[in-house]
Design a protein around this ligand. Structure first.
Ligand SMILES: [Zn+2]
Length: 116
């Protein structure tokens, strides 16, 4: 999909899955996906509004956690470990979410810029 379509499409995908999306001020990270009391929420850092491409990648990455890792109920630590890849388990989950995001954003040029 084209760059300008990405955020509206990602928002529609989240809504269709019943996932809430909240924009919040973060200091240490870009976003995370949380399941708490049966409610799924994707939190995205307010600072990402300055960088729509990065915002789209983080959004798609967190959707990846929601789609791929939804067996983990009440798991609220699915953080975007941008610089925290020191744990084998976290590394594999983060890698899966990045691969999902790159696939979802294919054609936009965004997937090539972010995520290892
Ligand atoms: Zn992640």
């Amino acid at each position: 999909m084209k760059m300008e379509q990405t955020l509206p499409v990602l928002m529609a995908l989240a809504e269709n899955r019943g996932i809430r999306v909240k924009i919040v001020p973060f200091k240490a990270h870009n976003g995370f996906w949380r399941v708490k009391d049966g409610v799924e929420t994707i939190f995205l850092g307010e600072h990402l509004n300055m960088d729509p491409e990065k915002k789209a990648f983080i959004f798609a990455h967190e959707l990846g956690h929601a789609v791929l890792h939804s067996d983990r109920k009440n798991f609220d630590m699915a953080l975007y470990w941008e610089n925290n890849m020191d744990n084998e388990y976290a590394r594999s989950k983060e890698s899966e979410a990045n691969i999902f995001a790159k696939g979802l954003l294919l054609g936009s040029g965004i997937g090539m810029k972010f995520g290892a």
